[in-house]
Design a protein. Structure first.
Length: 330
């Protein structure tokens, strides 16, 4: 049985070179950022797959590639068995697009400040022609507002009249307007207060159970990921270095980078474990180090790590890119 969302060999490179004339005069080479460099992800229907990693590792770029905001440099994105990049039939492409939506990171920037909330939520319903008439449209918008625990009266207001958490509820209602099956959530709670984050995450879990939604959940907050994810992919410099079920990753992380991230999480259970801050800096993505990109920060690195790029291997229920794991040294 094929996965609901299948991503194979996904790449996205950005040309950040200086203008041609400047390069000619100063003798500069072209500069290419390999933001996403060969990512493979399989997401089953109804599950939450989470991408984690430090800022700049390529998580948000993956999110934008999946929903079609960026075209991929290479690779394939299949949604329910259909290749999104090569879909040429306009009606079929529109039908597929209706089934996936995105929730953005910043609720202050992702809503049109000139539109009333009713029109913001009604827009995808109108765009995909999902309402029979104006009465049906109003009924659907009011139902969506109730689903995200707002009131129908809130539809007459503008976004600036709401708090950050309420704006994110409006963003979720808008995303649900097209009756999607797959939601790409790009750090949907990182701009919110901690207490509000918990409310939004609980709402998203309730909606997932109610509508059978599938999530690609992007976050740098491991506590949030632990609450939401069935499986987790850890990204470093554009590549997935470990993919594992959430329970196993938190209990027995395999990759040194995953261990480093988990060691930096505060010990809320008061077990006596010492918190260790993440050491070192992420290398320049324009000029990444040879071999394993993590080797300059890795306590287990040896000569092979500085020369050969590790390939994905199975380690229990996890898939890991690490020579030290492959050779049983950690």
């Amino acid at each position: 049985m094929p996965e609901f969302v299948q991503i194979d060999g996904l790449k996205r490179y950005f040309d950040v070179s200086a203008p041609w004339l400047v390069r000619q005069i100063e003798g500069r080479p072209r500069q290419i950022v390999q933001a996403v460099d060969g990512v493979d992800i399989a997401i089953a229907k109804g599950e939450t797959f989470s991408l984690v990693g430090e800022s700049g590792c390529g998580k948000s770029t993956v999110a934008r590639l999946v929903v079609g905001l960026y075209p991929p440099t290479a690779g394939k994105i299949e949604f329910d068995g259909h290749d999104m990049a090569t879909q040429r039939n306009q009606a079929r492409h529109s039908a597929l697009r209706r089934r996936l939506q995105m929730i953005f990171q910043d609720p202050f920037a992702s809503l049109n400040p000139r539109w009333r909330v009713f029109d913001i939520i009604a827009e995808p319903i109108r765009a995909f022609d999902l309402a029979k008439d104006k009465v049906d449209l109003r009924q659907q918008v009011e139902d969506l507002l109730r689903q995200v625990r707002l009131t129908p009266a809130d539809g007459a207001k503008f976004p600036h009249e709401f708090s950050g958490g309420q704006r994110q509820r409006i963003s979720i209602a808008r995303a649900l307007g097209s009756r999607p099956e797959f939601l790409v959530c790009d750090e949907p709670t990182s701009a919110l207060d901690v207490s509000v984050q918990a409310q939004i995450l609980n709402l998203m879990r309730d909606l997932q159970d109610r509508f059978g939604l599938t999530y690609l959940f992007i976050s740098h907050n491991l506590a949030v990921v632990r609450h939401m994810a069935n499986r987790i992919g850890v990204m470093y410099l554009g590549r997935l270095v470990e993919v594992a079920p959430a329970r196993e990753m938190f209990a027995k992380p395999k990759h040194p980078y995953t261990r480093m991230l988990l060691d930096a999480v505060p010990d809320l259970d008061l077990t006596g474990r010492k918190r260790k801050p993440v050491e070192g800096e992420v290398p320049n993505p324009i000029d990444p180090p040879p071999g394993c990109p993590f080797h300059p920060r890795c306590p287990f690195a040896f000569e092979r790590c500085r020369v050969d790029m590790p390939l994905p291997i199975r380690a229990g229920a996890a898939t890991v890119r690490c020579h030290a794991v492959e050779e049983g040294r950690i």
